[in-house]
Ligand binder design. Structure first.
Ligand code: ZN
Length: 458
């Protein structure tokens, strides 16, 4: 009897202990859930450095465990805090199991509506969950994003007044841009001609921009000054400009079999299909290779010195006759039939065979190599987007990278590339657009259109 009583008591004791441990475990588990320490997560994008205009933010917040309790979005500037959004999420079901665990929203914030001043402003996104942590406030997450409010575009104004420009020619504008300007220049239709700052202590923000009216520009090209700041605020303004329309010459060139035999060996490097006829090879050279070479020249012209490296009118090949002019439209005939049409974007100057070529102006050699239809070619960078091109040379004496003074020898004329005879093909580019070199040979044109405008900078 005594024994079984003791046994019974032990069973009760063990059972009680188990129940106690289970209760203890359940209570612990309950409190662990109640006081869980996992913070809500916040994803906010984009995170722009500058706050310039109404901005869309994509917000996504979540809390896996106890669920979302509160969301606040505010902008702080100086001592001021402006509330943008405040949202309470309802408590739902046992331990908020049916509560909100994920929330997504597109938020639009407008610096003008919030009446923000220019300068720093911080965006705050804060989220709390339904945990009993933090003295009952819940786990708290914060995303703070620093921004610079900049809603004012740079100021820009023309300083030079009269801009009379020939179609196929060049204009220079002197202008002033406010100190926050990061990039500025002139747009002619869709083509951008960058401006270059002129470091003058007396007048800040003075820039120059050389811009071309392409030979094939529309009758009334849209031209304006443009500037943007670091925050991508852009402004544009018009200025006085008069474009003199030009007509360009038409030229008829007859391609003979003898000419093809004469020029094709130079192009043996080109991967023609086997069995291609000579005239087909010519057409490939005159079209495909020409385009490819033009791309190379554009690439070469992309990097230019920010300062004006040249002075005065450009030198023309000595004692040379003009054989072809700028923007001549050439029609090619073979056996009486028109087979092709191409523009000619330089001047052809012929003197004695292998005449020495002088650098037309001071600059730096940015290309000195074979270049397809142009043959042996030198390109000089004169700074601020102006480059000169010398083609069909027989010999180059100016190595790549060398600084060259106006009048210094850079090589000799020849007939390399697509050339019928010994001559210099001379071209001028402004930011990759071929322009009429005649203007640059003309000291009066330089004086009226360049020097007179540059003299406005004091
Ligand atoms: Zn030419």
């Amino acid at each position: 009897m005594k024994k079984s009583k003791a046994k019974k008591r032990r069973i009760i004791y063990v059972f009680g202990l188990i129940v106690f441990l289970i209760v203890l475990f359940l209570v612990g588990w309950f409190f662990a859930i109640l006081f869980e320490g996992e913070k809500p997560s916040i994803s906010l994008e984009p995170l722009p450095e500058f706050f310039t205009k109404i901005q869309e933010f994509n917000l996504s917040i979540s809390d896996r465990k106890r669920g979302l309790k509160r969301l606040t979005i505010s902008v702080k500037q100086g001592g001021r805090e402006i509330n943008v959004l405040k949202k309470e999420f309802p408590f739902n079901g046992l331990l908020n199991r049916q509560g909100v665990h994920q929330f997504k929203k597109e938020i639009f914030i407008d610096p003008l509506v919030l009446n923000l001043a220019q300068g720093r402003a911080d965006l705050y996104v804060q989220v709390w969950d339904y945990s009993r942590q933090g003295g009952g406030d819940g786990n708290h997450s914060l995303v703070q994003h620093k921004m610079i409010v900049d809603t004012i575009p740079p100021a820009i104004r023309a300083i030079s007044r009269q801009h009379n420009i020939n179609q196929g020619g060049v204009g220079l504008i002197v202008y002033q841009a406010s100190s926050d300007t990061e990039e500025s220049g002139v747009f002619v239709d869709d083509h951008f001609f960058p401006g270059f700052p002129v470091n003058e202590k007396s007048q800040e923000g003075i820039h120059v921009s050389y811009f071309a009216i392409s030979y094939n520009a529309s009758k009334t090209p849209k031209i304006h000054l443009w500037a943007k700041d670091m925050a991508d605020n852009a402004s544009k303004t018009t200025f006085y400009i008069h474009v003199r329309n030009n007509t360009f010459r038409k030229e008829r060139l007859t391609i003979s079999d003898r000419f093809l035999e004469q020029i094709l060996p130079y192009f043996s490097f080109y991967p023609f299909d086997p069995g291609e006829s000579n005239i087909k090879k010519f057409l490939i050279i005159n079209n495909d290779l020409r385009k490819e070479n033009h791309k190379t020249l554009l690439k070469v012209a992309e990097t230019t010195h920010p300062d004006k490296l040249w002075e005065g009118s450009f030198l023309r090949l000595k004692n040379a006759a003009t054989m072809a002019r700028f923007a001549d439209l050439r029609s090619y005939y073979y056996k009486g039939k028109k087979i092709d049409e191409q523009g000619h974007f330089g001047v052809d100057l012929a003197s004695l065979s292998s005449s020495p070529i002088q650098a037309a102006n001071s600059g730096k050699v940015v290309f000195a190599d074979r270049l397809g239809i142009y043959g042996l070619t030198v390109v000089l960078d004169h700074g601020q987007g102006i480059t000169s091109v010398y083609a069909h040379m027989s010999k180059i004496s100016a190595p790549l990278g060398q600084e060259i003074k106006k009048g210094e020898s850079i090589g000799f004329t020849g007939r390399t590339g697509l050339a019928a005879g010994d001559h210099l093909h001379f071209g001028i580019m402004v930011n990759g657009i071929f322009v009429n070199p005649i203007e640059w040979f003309d000291s009066h044109w330089i004086k009226d259109n360049i020097n007179r405008k540059l003299s406005l900078i004091k």
